[in-house]
Ligand binder design. Sequence first.
Ligand code: KG4
Ligand code: ZN
Length: 346
Amino acid sequence: MILLGIETSCDETAVAVVNDKRQILAHHVLSQMDEHLPFGGVVPEIAARAHLDHLDGLIDRTMREAGLTYDRLDAIAATAGPGLIGGVMVGLMTAKALALATGKPLVAVNHLEAHALTARLTNDVEVPFLLLLVSGGHCQILYVNDIGDYRLLGQTIDDAVGEAFDKVAKMAGLPYPGGPEMERLLPQADAGRAAHIRLPRPLLGKPNADFSFAGLKTAVRQYIDGRTLDKQEQADLSLAFHSSVAEILIDRLKQGLKQCREQADFVLPQRLVVAGGVAANRFLCAALEGFCAKQGLEFTAPPVKLCTDNAAMIAWAGIEKFRRGQSDNLDTAARPRWPLDKGTKK
Ligand code: KG4
Ligand code: ZN
């Protein structure tokens, strides 16, 4: 089984061809970073226009590289939400047009489900598992009981963790996206000085698995106090921020595990999977790995290039659904909001 996958829900135009033997036959991610850089964040209208400009050419190029004609595809998968609606519509409409022209079925994919299932493409992990989904738009702990069966254990009550990275980086005078920029500075940080930057750990010890990053962001703003930070200060702040985030993630995961133990119909997960753009962070992954070792959990983080937005994960989620007999009508609508625990069948 071979699927074409299309991803356009944020600021990456991505296309991939993947088969059910877990092979990525071709895969491209076009970043629009340069177009959004002057604005310090993603501008929805610019994103939608850029997807429109690049998507057709990228599909052609990806199919050529995979060495396939359209008749070899079994179905066409595209992100149908959640995300920036203009971009999602560009990708979904293109997939519908291709499906119509080639007579192949359409599979509408939930972007979050695609992040959640990436570890099955890259590491062939079995369900159930505990999932920490951490990206620019999402911060959730889910119990993945089966494909299409996701139970929400906790989520952010304000910012997503990637968003917090991006905003703190901007305050510190670093470019967008902030997560990788802050991580890059870690080797230059002075641990002693970083320890003196007192940042809070919101919701620590609270008896649910929810997250909050607003207070942490405010504390960073107060610490910076309108100054222009030099390189050393940026690095020290970066370490202090990473340490706080790591502690928060681990504490919330402890609560998530506790909820799993308390739910009668949950098989206790043997594995933690981390997904989403922030899962590319090696400092945080090392901390999570240490936590898993203590808890007796296996730990899986997909390779960095498949943690951030890509279309291989969309094609793969399409395969997971399509081989269970699921496909979608051509009148399927794009959804700006589409919570994972409310069902992923369109
Ligand atoms: O999953 P993703 O590519 O897009 C969304 O669906 O949001 O995630 C992008 C987010 C951005 O906020 C970015 O700053 C963050 O992931 N990110 C990182 C790293 N790489 C990307 N955060 C921390 N460390 C990184 N290495
Ligand atoms: Zn994403």
